[in-house]
Design a protein around this ligand. Sequence first.
Ligand code: URA
Length: 236
Amino acid sequence: MRLNKFMASSGVASRRHCDEIIAAGRVKINARVCKKLGTQVNPDLDIVTVDNRPIRIRGPFVYYMLNKPTGVVTTVMDPEGRETVMDYIPSNTGKRLYPVGRLDYNTSGLLLITNDGDISQKLMHPSFEFGKTYLATIEGKLSDAEIEKLANGVNIGGFVTSPATVKYVGTKGNDSTYSLTIHEGKNRQVRKMFLSVGYKVKELQRVALGKLQLGDLPVGEYRPLTEQELDYLRNL
Ligand code: URA
């Protein structure tokens, strides 16, 4: 098997990016640096390391982005028999897929679903500074002081949120929408943040996870992640 294919199948990066890693001298085969693109390895016999860490073929993995509708539970199986996010993606992959993190029953938007435990663990680790962007709609309008409070950090029941980016998006009738980028993922965090300044969130949608964008993916639809998106996640 070609070295870059072996590396990509081990979840290192895309094949093209693996070639760069090889050329940079970061890869060893049986303890010898190998900078030659196109080198063949035997996955059963050769020991390949990247930055001195051994790699092995894992997977095959699948990665989906779903635009979760409201009224759907983020779980693999709901004991109450309600609709789950898994009902929205193909069930015939033969793989044990699960959602990465959680969106509330009443929240819609970007949710990743995969069988790659490493990426899932990485993204969900509390120490991981990963911006999550939401569009929140409330009745009324925030004052500048309230926007500043949300941005600086608010107490949501024993926890003070870290600095967030808050932007006014627009107003329709009595309702205004704000984009909020947070860096933690406490339970019902966005709803609690707005409550802390006196507003109930009427609608909540996640539109970005780091650089991954929901874009115009329709509600209830999914798509596989692109190679660039996967590269981005693997290199975080
Ligand atoms: N914050 C919330 O309040 N709900 C979510 O589903 C996600 C973030």
